[in-house]
Design a protein around this ligand. Structure first.
Ligand SMILES: [Zn+2]
Ligand SMILES: [Zn+2]
Length: 395
């Protein structure tokens, strides 16, 4: 025959203890052995279960009476399954126990604050926008930043409980975090609706954080923007997010960069592009021209007969490639021929001189070779020249 557990001994109370005394002792022990307070301590956990079971019986006047008299479910050897090999043969129904406990704990359980689960959790990831100049984007920068975030409440150190108090065992689930509805084979277990599965509730919330365990603050940071970011880059700053909970690692901070455009350089992928005006003689005869780089100037050799739109590039003079250390993009120099709007008398006669010698038709290739259309186009072009000139003068 199985032995009957001595619940009075488990709780350390006298057989004649009043319900008040049992309640008081139980609460004291439950706090002491609660798994939240004794993480990874199997002995404490086993003790906590014993205490809870003892209280489940002794805390209920009806069950206590049956227990004391050895009747009902407590009758030893009363038939098959009647032994006390385990604690599974009487009703541990979650609801009724919740009611009993909530009575014992002094009234309604509604409105109690729920405590965050004492499992290590990574802090929340945050996102912030930073505006930087073009130069800062190219060379990298350290910028001050104010990031609103939650931090562990300084008053309660994150417990959510008023200083001097501690979160207590959830009266509905007795700290198990699970509620069971129904009986036997048809019972359904689900996270406790009162404590949300954490097993604890806060009866006296911390006045600073209102029981949340965290407060909203603005954290001032100096963040390093890596060289080579672009407008709209998303940079991950590991560990700069909200602090972790219960010893968990902090979250990350994602920075979205807004880069002011440069008056000179246009970003094209990994490279930069600059427009370089050439005078007509430079384009015709070739030249050596000074061009800007990110660090100063360089000389480019312009080939004779350079067409408008020709691109020359300087490899490795561009911005650093983000995430590929040491690699840099290029700068593309796009030549555009600077056409003067107004000509002096001297320039005009020089152009006259030039047009006499440059008498070919550059558009001949647009039309069929030697066809009537080509001839018509050529003569139309000659007439068009004067027409265009007249229009230009008028404007
Ligand atoms: Zn607090
Ligand atoms: Zn609960």
């Amino acid at each position: 025959m199985a032995t009957r557990p001595d619940y009075y001994k488990t709780l350390g109370v006298d057989r004649k203890a009043t319900p008040e005394e049992i309640k008081k002792t139980y609460r004291k022990l439950a706090r002491q052995y609660h798994p939240d307070r004794n993480p990874d301590d199997e002995q404490a956990e086993a003790r906590f279960k014993e205490i809870s079971q003892a209280h489940d019986v002794l805390g209920d006047p009806e069950k206590r009476k049956q227990y004391d008299s050895g009747s009902g479910p407590f009758a030893t050897g009363a038939g098959p399954g009647g032994g006390f090999g385990g604690f599974g043969n009487f009703d541990f129904d979650g609801n009724s126990m919740g009611d009993i406990l909530s009575n014992l704990f002094g009234g309604s359980t509604s409105g109690r604050r729920v405590r965050t689960k004492p499992r290590a959790e990574k802090g929340t990831d945050l996102e912030a926008q930073v505006s930087i100049s073009f130069d800062q984007a190219v060379s990298g920068a350290q910028v001050p930043l104010q990031v609103p975030m939650h931090q562990s409440c300084p008053t309660c150190h994150g417990t959510g409980a008023k200083p001097g108090t501690a979160p207590s065992v959830c009266p509905r689930c007795e700290g198990r975090g699970i509620e069971t509805q129904g009986q036997g084979m048809f019972s359904i277990s689900q996270p406790c609706s009162l404590c949300g599965g954490t097993g604890t509730v806060i009866e006296d919330p911390c006045p600073t954080c209102n029981g949340a365990g965290a407060v909203r603050t603005v954290k001032r940071l100096r963040v390093n923007i890596p060289a080579g970011v672009r407008d709209g880059s998303r940079i991950r700053l590991a560990g700069k997010g909200e602090p972790g909970r219960n010893g968990g690692p902090p979250g990350d901070l994602y920075l979205i960069t807004h880069v002011e455009p440069s008056s000179l350089f246009t970003r094209k992928g990994d490279n930069l592009e600059v427009e370089v005006p050439l005078s007509i003689p430079e384009a015709l005869r070739g030249a050596e021209v000074q061009v800007p780089t990110l660090s100063g100037t360089k000389t480019l050799r312009v080939q004779p007969g350079t067409a408008s739109g020709t691109v020359q590039r300087l490899r490795g003079e561009g911005p650093p490639k983000l995430g590929r250390s040491g690699e840099k993009g290029d700068i593309h120099y796009r030549f555009v021929i600077d056409v003067p709007k107004n000509l002096s008398k001297e320039q005009e006669s020089a152009i006259e001189e030039l047009s006499r010698t440059l008498d070919g038709n550059p558009r001949a290739g647009l039309f069929g070779n030697g066809s009537a259309a080509a001839a018509a186009a050529a003569s139309a072009s000659a007439a068009g020249d004067t027409a265009a000139k007249g229009a230009g003068d008028g404007s």
